[in-house]
Design a binder for this molecule. Structure first.
Ligand SMILES: C[S@@+](CC[C@H](N)C(=O)[O-])C[C@H]1O[C@@H](n2cnc3c(N)ncnc32)[C@H](O)[C@@H]1O
Length: 226
């Protein structure tokens, strides 16, 4: 091997050591997962338009918000800042590894009004009437029993609380981002199921290129027991 190719190999090795993420574990979460999440976030901003979503939600400081199916916490920093010092964000998910990512992010960004909640498929495990707004982004199409979860939300939301559902549209124009069209849930079905659980559609926003954005208010509060 010539001197030139040896130095190229050394440079290549140095590059790999520097940039290939290791499997170092942080709680339940690997450094690779964190790096992957950051990459996904910046690509997603282009179509998720988080600042427009937050402007449309028009939240007041002090509000209590549940991010149901929070995943790794894409919306958590936005919700946390909107809720402010006197408010709280309950980051709810059925997967504990997602909550580990949220906790790590909250520590890194110094978000001290965020609580993580390990939930069950049809039970958010939130206190009755403890939340002003529940958001579900890209979760509905994953739900095994959506009506039972909506029923639970009708009990954890305050009277006249609100529910925002953002999920992938079923039309061909929205196909390039998100799960296969056959796995998605049409917005008409979401509206019908939410209405059966005691919600009324307040508003639909149509500025997102791949998703519908539905805002409901709770009109029938259901029973008190969870
Ligand atoms: C595609 S991810 C979306 C995560 C996040 N909302 C976002 O927009 O990036 C869906 C998340 O919903 C969670 N999930 C699925 N069913 C759920 C349920 N019944 N209750 C709470 N979380 C649920 C999954 O564990 C997963 O983290």
């Amino acid at each position: 091997m010539g001197v030139q190719s040896l130095s190229i190999n050394i440079l290549l090795l140095a590059f790999l050591l520097e940039f290939v993420p290791t499997q170092r574990s942080v709680g339940n979460v690997t450094a690779q997962e964190v790096a992957g999440d950051e990459f996904t976030r910046s690509k997603r901003d282009e179509w998720q338009l988080p600042n427009r979503v937050m402007a449309a939600l028009d939240l007041k400081q002090g509000i209590h918000i549940a991010d149901v199916g929070c995943g790794p916490g894409y919306f958590v920093p936005y919700l946390s800042r909107a809720a402010g010092q006197g408010g709280r964000v309950f980051a709810v998910d059925i997967q504990s590894r997602m909550l580990s990512l949220v906790e790590r992010q909250a520590a890194r960004l110094d978000l001290d009004n965020v609580d993580t909640v390990l939930s069950k498929e049809t039970d958010t495990r939130l206190e009755p009437r403890s939340v002003d707004l529940a958001v579900m982004v890209n979760v509905y199409y994953e739900l095994g029993a959506p009506e039972a979860l909506l029923e639970n939300l009708s009990k954890v939301l305050e009277t006249e609380g609100q529910l925002a559902i953002i999920d992938y549209r079923v039309d061909k124009n929205a196909e390039s981002v998100g799960p296969p069209l056959s796995h998605r849930v049409a917005q008409e079905r979401v509206i019908a199921e939410a209405e059966r659980a005691g919600f009324r559609l307040l508003k639909t926003h149509d500025f997102l290129p791949y998703q519908y954005f539905l805002l409901f208010e709770l009109v029938s509060t259901g029973g008190e027991g969870l």
